[in-house]
Design a protein around this ligand. Structure first.
Ligand SMILES: *[C@@H]1O[C@H](CO)[C@@H](O)[C@H](O)[C@H]1NC(C)=O
Length: 212
């Protein structure tokens, strides 16, 4: 009897590990904290009501017996949006390019996850969170020294999340010297940048289009 109760409780705590939500599809990549879409998997992003934290921006979402890990790098108006491809996969078991589906909210559960579980979503060679040197600095320095974001982000001289302006170069921040990152070219350069296109999967058609 006791072991039955114990295992029932264990089961209940597993079943309640995630917070119930309704997830909706988000077709156009964006990042309010200035993450660069050309250096992450933009098909695995969470747009959550709360502001991204400093210790991990990785979340796990489960629905229909499937699960995805997502980078929570944007805040939404109140909805739980996820990348269209991730939503389509949880809904149908197939990606949005292969089987583009339309629909609204689907019941899901989410929970915070350690950054290590999102490592494959960070595609820069340094495996760090790619931030904009000029525009992400408030978020970056707002995270305490020793936090994951502070220790494991790179600052790039790129000015848009769709990677269309600037230079594809890393900058260095030494707060003892300056509160502005130093880069090989001038910080915040507005020149056109090519070759780092961010592609969205269009809602309903599954076609790819270049993010502006
Ligand atoms: C930074 O990332 C490395 C490699 O994944 C990890 O070992 C380390 O704990 C992280 N640093 C912080 C402060 O979380």
């Amino acid at each position: 009897m006791l072991s039955y109760i114990t295992s029932a409780l264990a089961f209940a705590s597993v079943a309640l590990a995630g917070t119930p939500i309704s997830i909706t599809p988000h077709a156009q990549f964006s990042s309010s904290i200035g993450v660069l879409g050309c250096k992450i998997n933009t098909n695995r992003v969470a747009y959550w009501p709360m502001f991204p934290g400093c210790d991990s921006v990785c979340v796990k979402v489960q629905a229909n017996g499937r699960s995805v890990h997502l980078l929570q790098i944007d805040s939404s108006g109140g909805a739980y949006d996820i990348s269209y491809d991730a939503w389509n996969y949880l809904y149908t078991g197939q990606g949005a390019a292969a089987n583009p589906t339309m629909g609204g909210g689907i019941p899901a559960e989410w929970e915070p996850a350690p950054m290590s579980e999102c490592e494959s979503l960070l595609t820069a060679p340094d495996k760090k969170l790619p931030l904009m040197a000029a525009n992400s600095i408030n978020y970056f320095v707002g995270c305490p020294v020793g936090s994951w974001v502070r220790e494991n982000s790179s600052l790039w001289n790129i000015q848009t999340s769709s990677c269309t302006l600037g230079f594809n170069e890393k900058c260095h921040l030494d707060l003892a010297v300056s509160n502005q990152p130093s880069c090989a070219h001038i910080l915040g350069a507005q020149n056109a940048l090519s070759g780092l296109e961010v592609k969205n999967i269009d809602y309903g058609t599954g076609a790819e289009s270049v993010a502006l």
